[in-house]
Ligand binder design. Structure first.
Ligand code: NAP
Length: 266
């Protein structure tokens, strides 16, 4: 029941109306008996969003596109790992001190760890916010990273930051990858026929992961599945980063199967 003791959590983004955050966090609050509610706020600027956290004593927030970088300068403390990545996706309000964390990085790597990353050639398609989290996570696991991106300058900058090689988009088919990770929005609803990696370059031995989770089976994952590859969908990362946020906020480990099932149902 919502009452005077109910604490507020939220997501800041623009757009934010499509966010699955409210569905999973509210289900987890209910499941764990936490008197809290999570709402989606479509905001215009990072400074105003952070001010509202202070004014309303919001206990925690998820941060999504396009504020993951611009929010950082308004917080009181940034976790060193988030500083290295250059992006914050989680705000924790610790008694009025606003702390910034990045749970995307660990979440991106977690589903890949069972397949082994150390020494594997990992091709990361994209060089935006998601790519940075993924690349830092893979670098921490000693993967041999190749970055490819439409805008060469951004791709080269990320490659340099994580000690990786850069290969231009038109040379993607030549990349000898063991693991391919799409971190771009290519293939996302409504452009579901687009694919971020050349289908002819996908080989059955590859592990292929997509961070896009609408649709759950992107054309990249469908193609990889048809070729016999191991595939990992974007919901795995999304649930893992949300579960880590929930734990940072409440100190409670949520039921990730419940979170995944509720997203699939909604
Ligand atoms: P971002 O910072 O805006 O970066 C977008 C990236 O996609 C850039 O590398 C951009 O290339 C590339 N790109 C976009 N449209 C393209 C096109 N038509 N052709 C070629 N490249 C294109 O966005 P982001 O925050 O990284 O998010 C990217 C995707 O990841 C979104 O779909 C987001 O929903 C998803 N995501 C998922 C999770 C999860 O938990 N599963 C977490 C975070 C993000 P340029 O550099 O050339 O512009």
């Amino acid at each position: 029941m919502i009452d005077a003791g109910t604490r507020l959590y939220c997501v800041f983004g623009n757009p934010a109306r499509h966010s699955k955050g409210p569905v999973i966090h509210n289900a987890a609050f209910k499941d764990k008996g936490v008197n809290a509610v999570y709402l989606a706020f479509e905001v215009q600027d990072a400074a105003g969003a952070v001010q509202s956290v202070r004014t309303l004593d919001i206990q925690g927030a998820s941060v999504t596109i396009p504020f993951k970088e611009s929010i950082m300068e308004h917080l009181d403390w940034i976790d060193p790992a988030a500083s290295a990545i250059g992006a914050v996706n989680t705000i924790v309000n610790k008694g009025g001190v606003l702390k910034g964390y990045n749970t995307d990085c660990q979440a991106a790597v977690a589903p890949l760890i069972p397949f082994g990353i150390s020494g594997k050639t990992v091709c990361i398609v994209g060089a935006g916010g998601a790519a940075r989290a993924v690349a830092h996570g893979i670098a921490a696991q000693n993967g041999d990273i190749i970055i490819t991106n439409r805008t060469e300058q951004k791709g080269r900058a990320l490659a340099e930051a994580v000690g990786a090689r850069f290969i231009p988009g038109n040379k993607m088919a030549d990349i000898p990858a063991d693991v391919v990770i799409n971190t771009t929005s290519i293939g996302m609803t409504p452009d579901v026929d687009q694919i971020s990696f050349p289908p002819e370059a996908i080989r059955s031995e590859m592990v292929v992961m997509d961070v896009v989770y609408t649709p759950l089976k992107t054309r990249l994952l469908r193609t990889a599945e048809q070729k016999g590859c191991t595939t990992i969908d974007g919901l795995s990362m999304f649930i893992a980063q949300a579960a880590a946020q929930f734990e940072l906020w409440t100190g409670i480990i949520p039921d990730v199967d419940l979170m995944r099932n509720i997203v699939i149902k909604n």
